[in-house]
Design a protein around this ligand. Structure first.
Ligand SMILES: Cc1cc2nc3c(=O)[nH]c(=O)nc-3n(C[C@H](O)[C@H](O)[C@H](O)COP(=O)(O)O)c2cc1C
Length: 379
């Protein structure tokens, strides 16, 4: 993340996003931190403090928040389906707004990436088909405040009627997000979770109108985008994808499920979003060591097909952000791990101050340690 010799001014020019004017182009991306209050997965004052500390970001998106009880795949992640959760989120949105921040809620359903112990009545997780997720672990509770990694359980395939009900659940979650004071919502369609499971030829073996052809596999996304747009307005809606063009690391395949034709799959999806007129598209690039870069042709096609704002993330350095902005491919740049460790990341970037490093051991679950106790820069 060194920024010596790089002119970071372009990252600090303001930009419109839907009805909002953002103060800079530095985004806090969705980051699961698993610190909601139990029981009930309720957002709390500690979370409000953590988000408010980071409100100098031009734009913020919450950690993935489950739209319904079956949408949970990891212990202690917050939801946005109960009245208590909506009340809890009000603390977060108020604290962020008091600091001048703009924050969207990331609506999440893990689909098959879950475990029976996290599911209502210990039932099987649901997905487009009954294929087990491999090469991925979920995080289950093993006792008060304790968790452990586990293999995802065998899922069951949703009926056609249930898919329609899920679309309504997304719309209801969006309604809840507005009630909680969020400025808009982002649909989590990345990283191998439910919407991605519908899009992917590897996880969707359905023979109804939601499976088979690419248009059918994109139907669930299309219906959710339409239903949620009606609730929040397309200009307060973003969608996140994680297209993966090659797999260099078997364990990470789940994050982006490599399609046989990722370019066509995702450009078709982008065209659909363009037609819907959503505010932004967020692209999560592969972020592990030796991760493959997105092909140049993909960056170009996304820009050509989509007229809204484009956010990129994934191991971005300041140099890369400035570069991709100069090329015109992206408008906003999200920094995940740097934002975990540096509540004042924009100020540090602007002033070329050194950055704290994120501690991997305290990312998921726990207390304020490794969460709201990262230091602001002291001159
Ligand atoms: C601890 C942690 C939790 C994350 N949780 C989410 C999440 O809830 N939703 C999501 O779309 N991406 C999630 N991501 C991915 C980040 O949004 C981002 O794309 C990724 O960290 C790459 O950016 P970085 O290299 O700057 O950290 C998470 C990443 C980390 C490190």
């Amino acid at each position: 993340m060194k920024s010596e010799l790089v002119n970071t001014d372009p990252l600090f020019s303001s930009i419109e996003l839907g009805p909002f004017t953002l103060k800079n182009r530095i985004v806090m991306p969705p980051l699961t931190r698993s610190r909601s209050t139990q029981p009930g997965n309720i957002p709390n004052q500690l979370m409000a403090e953590y988000y408010a500390q980071r409100a100098s970001a031009g734009f913020m998106v919450t950690e993935g928040t489950q739209i319904e009880p079956r949408g949970q795949g990891y212990a202690w992640t917050p939801g946005i389906h109960s009245a208590e959760q909506v009340q809890g989120w009000k603390k977060v949105t108020k604290a962020v707004h008091d600091k001048g921040g703009i924050i969207f809620a990331q609506l999440w359903h893990v689909g098959r990436v879950s475990h029976t112990t996290l599911q209502p009545n210990s039932e099987k997780p649901v997905g487009p088909s009954d294929l087990v997720a491999d090469n991925v672990s979920v995080f289950i509770e093993t006792g008060p405040g304790q968790g452990a990694l586990a293999e995802p359980s065998e899922p069951r395939a949703l009926t056609t009627a249930e898919v329609g009900e899920l679309v309504n659940m997304y719309a209801q979650a969006a309604r809840n997000a507005l009630e909680a004071g969020f400025d808009g919502v982002e649909l989590h369609c990345a990283n191998g979770y439910l919407v991605n499971q519908f899009i992917s030829e590897h996880t969707n073996k359905r023979d109804d109108q939601y499976g088979g052809t690419l248009a059918n596999r994109l139907r669930f996304l299309k219906e959710i985008v339409e239903a949620v747009s009606e609730v929040v307005g397309a200009n307060r809606l973003g969608v996140r994808f994680a297209p993966l063009f090659e797999s260099t690391d078997e364990e990470r395949v789940y994050l982006g499920l490599v399609e046989s034709n990722p370019h066509d799959t995702y450009i078709q999806a982008v065209k659909l979003l363009e037609q819907a007129g959503i505010a932004y598209l967020s692209i999560a690039e592969a972020d592990w060591q030796n991760a493959p870069d997105l092909p140049q042709a993909f960056y170009e096609a996304v820009r050509a097909e989509f007229s809204g704002r484009i956010i990129y993330a994934g191991k971005y350095t300041i140099e890369k952000a400035v570069n991709v902005l100069a090329k015109g491919y992206g408008d906003l740049f999200a920094f995940g791990r740097p934002f975990i460790a540096n509540p004042d990341l924009p100020e540090r970037i602007a002033n070329n101050w050194p950055l704290n490093k994120a501690d991997a051991a305290t990312m998921y679950g726990g207390t304020e340690v490794g969460y709201s106790d990262y230091s602001f820069y002291q001159k």
